[in-house]
Design a protein around this ligand. Structure first.
Ligand SMILES: N[C@@H](CCC(=O)N[C@@H](CS)C(=O)NCC(=O)O)C(=O)O
Length: 207
């Protein structure tokens, strides 16, 4: 990697962790810049004008260009590496799991973790509190789909760790903080262990 890599992030965020974990597995150094999302630091005019008009982290800065969206940033880092399968079908299948993560998993598992473990149930709006049960049910459905797949597969795609595993690992391994009981998902637990014991692994918050 020729250009300097800077990660604009919030260390406890699973979306930011995906990018750090990808970089760590590949041995790429990242400079890290922290933003307090609870204090609105990604919503300042400066951030919106220069880093991400969508007001969110993570954003991977490559030289003087910016890549928002965690999975796009992971893809940039891993392009051409073993973290992305060579075969066309498997590459598409990897993307299938990454889109699943963003549509069916993260909005439920990550949002409940953020609401319950970071904001605090007492601080939630009535609208947020009213969504807890539905998000819990949708999160359990996403975890069950993963469990069924992992009953007959060691990893999500290509029988080895790819970006699909990194994307899904980030919020699954801390799902308990959102009130999800991982004890009910033994195949997920075994897969979490396989990912966490792989070379170059770093825990959330580090990297
Ligand atoms: N789809 C985006 C989601 C990014 C996202 O939701 N970021 C949250 C933290 S995990 C954030 O920046 N929240 C602060 C805000 O919305 O003001 C991704 O995968 O990067």
């Amino acid at each position: 990697m020729n250009e300097k890599l800077i990660l604009h992030e919030y260390a406890a965020s699973g979306n930011c962790y995906k990018v750090r974990l990808t970089a760590a597995r590949l041995g790429y150094p990242l400079e890290r810049r922290q933003y307090d999302i609870l204090a609105g630091e990604t919503r300042t005019p400066h951030f919106l004008n220069t880093v991400n008009a969508n007001g969110r982290i993570p954003v991977l800065q490559v030289g003087d260009r910016f890549i928002p969206e965690s999975n796009a940033a992971c893809f940039y880092l891993a392009d051409g590496s073993p973290l992305i399968p060579e075969r066309r079908f498997e590459r598409a299948d990897m993307l299938r799991w990454m889109f699943f993560e963003q549509y069916s998993h993260e909005p439920n598992v990550a949002t409940l973790r953020f609401w319950l473990a970071f904001v605090g149930e007492a601080q939630l709006t009535d609208a947020q509190r009213g969504q807890i049960e539905a998000r819990k049910a949708a999160g359990i459905a996403a975890l069950q789909l993963m469990e069924d797949h992992l009953a007959t597969n060691r990893f999500f795609v290509a029988d080895r760790l790819t970006l699909a595993d990194i994307a899904l690992y980030a919020y699954t391994h801390v799902a308990g903080e959102g009130g999800f009981e991982l004890e009910a998902f033994p195949y997920i637990q075994a897969w979490l262990e396989r990912v966490a014991t792989g070379p170059g692994h770093v825990p959330i918050g580090a990297g």
